[in-house]
Ligand binder design. Structure first.
Ligand SMILES: Cc1cc2nc3c(=O)[nH]c(=O)nc-3n(C[C@H](O)[C@H](O)[C@H](O)COP(=O)(O)O)c2cc1C
Length: 378
């Protein structure tokens, strides 16, 4: 029997979300990418677990998966039960994840972070964390000694100029391990108030050496990390994530429009796979400081490469932004938590499962690998 397509179905399938796109030397089959999301299911020593293998396997139809933030070193590690990529055991455990995703035909980049000043001293036997400058960020965070009652962040120790190369080397080792673990590429986490973002923003970077002051100086650390990544994995397998207007952990810049459009311009010379901009299209305050102008349109104007948008998108908003040329692909966060088969649901217009925030960071399978695909509903 001939299948008859309704107008709405036809319109859905015309969405550019389903058009393949080149990412460096690979081609992503669609533009529905999975945003990085910390889920707290790793072991206490930062080794990925079996439930993580299943979680990422279930989501392999994403055009590209970006993993949860993964620590480059013990110095950069401070989120309970988040994963790392700084021991051989981490590499073998991640290999099980990448194998599973590849068996399903998927592509997976690992997001790599150093948390800088957002690590509580409990992780370091009482020593303060490191940062570009001794600027205390706002907020509280659970620690091994106090998992149920988060503890206030402290004033970090400003890095000596002579130490910075060794921090870049921590990233370099993780990039090398990412290849050993079978990842298709890496995403440098320069967003959300962690170490690279602390260097970029004027209110957390008060340095007077070559890594502080002018925007080009504040961007130097990021660019050195990008160069290290390009050397280890090839620039066409490197993504960078920024969040110009968010205020998580009280992070702030005096002039985000100028800072981040310049950062985007500087990245042009690096020929990276993509630039990922977290800047909500909705007025969600958590990821956007009220009163700031959006920076993404300016970045679009100056950045020559693939621009990945993220923040509050649904199918219609993503389709519209692609059609208007505002972004080249869209990363979906919370929709992917609750819908392992998000691409299929978008293609067919099926309703979405709603996510349960209470299990975003809790251990185990619940609220993690038990969200049903459309065909598995009971
Ligand atoms: C549970 C949870 C964990 C997150 N962890 C990370 C992370 O590890 N790295 C990161 O860059 N962003 C992280 N984010 C932000 C998401 O990548 C994304 O930017 C945000 O959810 C907005 O996109 P959405 O509206 O599609 O959910 C997290 C968000 C959530 C809800």
């Amino acid at each position: 029997m001939r299948q008859v397509m309704t107008n709405t179905e036809h319109d859905r399938q015309q969405s550019e979300l389903f058009t393949p796109i080149a990412v460096g030397s690979k081609t992503a089959p669609n533009r529905v990418w999975m945003a990085p999301m910390t889920r707290g299911r790793a072991r206490q020593d930062a080794t990925p677990t079996e439930v993580m293998v299943e979680y990422y396997r279930q989501r392999a139809t994403a055009g590209l998966i970006i993993t949860e933030a993964t620590a480059v070193s013990a110095q950069g590690y401070g989120w309970l039960n988040s994963p790392g990529l700084f021991t051989d055991e981490h590499v073998s455990a991640w290999r099980r994840v990448t194998d599973a995703v590849h068996e399903e035909g998927g592509t997976i980049f690992v997001q790599l972070w150093h948390m800088g000043s957002v690590v509580h001293p409990d992780f370091f036997a009482g020593e303060p964390p490191v940062a570009p400058s001794a600027v205390r960020q706002e907020g509280e965070i659970p620690t091994p000694q106090s998992p149920q009652e988060p503890r206030a962040l402290v004033t970090p120790r400003g890095l000596e100029t002579s130490e910075i190369a060794s921090v870049v080397d921590q990233f370099r080792s993780a990039f090398r391990r990412a290849i050993d673990a079978g990842f298709d590429g890496v995403e440098i986490h320069a967003a959300n108030g962690f170490l690279v973002d602390q260097f970029l923003r004027s209110q957390t970077n008060l340095r007077s050496d070559d890594y502080g002051g002018s925007i080009d100086n504040r961007a130097r650390f990021l660019l050195e990390v990008v160069d290290a990544a390009a050397n280890e994995v090839g620039s066409d397998r490197v993504g960078v994530r920024i969040s110009p207007t968010n205020a998580v952990w009280g992070i702030a810049d005096d002039d985000p429009l100028t800072t981040f459009s310049r950062v985007a311009e500087l990245l042009n010379d690096k020929h990276i796979a993509y630039l990922h901009v977290l800047e909500p299209i909705t007025d969600e305050e958590h990821f956007m400081k009220p009163g700031l102008s959006r920076v993404r349109p300016l970045i679009r104007a100056v950045f020559d490469g693939l621009l990945l948008g993220n923040g509050g998108y649904d199918f219609d908003a993503a389709t519209a932004d692609l059609a208007e040329g505002n972004v080249d692909a869209v990363a979906f966060g919370t929709p992917f938590i609750a819908n392992p088969d998000l691409v299929d649901r978008f293609v067919n217009g099926h309703p979405l499962n709603g996510p349960n925030p209470e299990t975003f960071y809790t251990p185990g399978a619940e609220g993690y690998i038990d969200y049903p695909a459309w065909g598995d509903r009971s």
